[in-house]
Design a protein. Structure first.
Length: 312
């Protein structure tokens, strides 16, 4: 602790300040504070003592001295009986250990972020390897149904790999821009099925919402199955139509994913929750996994809508 005159000359120093400066008391009093602490010939640019005299209130700053130590400095204006500022009390706290710890934590966090990015990158690459192996296996098959089953597996793998690809390139390693992901995934599914806009048009109504990894992968798979299901069942005989993908927040903490088509409609009397179709079995399992609520209803004028509500 130092008591400073209006010109920043040291009037008094306590024992802790004398020890911190490594000088005798006679070598401290009468000297400028900025000369003692920083070896400067003029006040520091962000000097809290100067700021406290101007504002007439306590001011603080953090500074490092030439010996590498960090200090938290607080300056308190002194007043006489008339309320005039006659000097300043400077209290300096050595925060070097705290700063060293903070820097170590920052380095550790950066290392972990790099490691997590590398994990996402490797997961994506491993999924691509699996997809390539399946492709090689498919080339050895002659049964069209078996080949199509493998292609379906590859599409599911790709929807998961896209999540890890986006997390690898994202500044936030825990969440992804799900609107961008959904848009890319939906368009990719159309390309994979070789569907052009003359046959089925894709309509996207997607709001920007960030989703964490635990939700992104199952939601991507659900969308893949719903769109694929519409391709297969809603538009037989190359019937033309539209598929709508809608994604938005409907209330605080609640998000809606909607996939609707204007095709032939869902078969009457069939409970999609009890269907043995692999696509619907996957959908129902994933909806349960994310603790969502899925409903299916007919669209006015023809078609089917699936509406998923979940906490996001």
């Amino acid at each position: 602790m130092l008591e400073l005159a209006p010109d920043l000359t040291v009037v008094w120093a306590n024992r802790a300040a004398i020890e911190a400066l490594g000088k005798k008391e006679t070598e401290i009093t009468g000297k400028k504070c900025y000369e003692l602490w920083f070896g400067r010939k003029e006040p520091c640019l962000a000097c809290p003592v100067v700021a406290a005299r101007r504002s007439a209130h306590r001011e603080t700053s953090e500074s490092t001295t030439p010996d590498g130590r960090w200090w938290h400095i607080s300056a308190y204006p002194l007043r006489n009986e008339q309320g005039q500022i006659t000097g300043t009390i400077e209290v300096s706290l050595d925060i070097t250990d705290r700063k060293i710890t903070e820097e170590a934590m920052k380095r550790s966090l950066q290392e972990k972020e790099i490691l997590i990015q590398e994990v996402h990158h490797r997961v994506k690459n491993n999924m691509q390897v699996i997809s390539s192996i399946l492709n090689l296996q498919s080339n050895l098959l002659t049964d069209p149904k078996a080949k199509e089953a493998i292609r379906e597996c590859q599409r599911r793998i790709k929807s998961m790999a896209m999540v890890h690809e986006r997390l690898y390139r994202s500044a936030d390693l825990a969440k992804i821009d799900f609107a961008s992901y959904l848009s890319s995934l939906a368009k990719n599914i159309f390309l994979e099925h070789q569907v052009n806009s003359d046959w089925i048009k894709l309509q996207l109504e997607i709001e920007p919402v960030e989703i964490n990894l635990n939700l992104a992968v199952p939601l991507g798979l659900i969308l893949n199955e719903l769109i694929t299901n519409a391709f297969i069942h809603a538009f037989p005989g190359k019937r033309s139509g539209n598929i709508l993908v809608s994604f938005k927040k409907i209330s605080e903490g609640r998000v809606e994913l909607r996939v609707a088509d204007d095709g032939v409609g869902f078969p009457r009397g069939v409970d999609f929750k009890k269907s043995e179709s692999l696509g619907l079995v996957i959908i129902n399992a994933l909806v349960e996994q994310i603790e969502g609520q899925l409903e299916q209803r007919p669209v006015e004028g023809g078609g089917t809508e699936f509406r998923l509500i979940f906490r996001g």
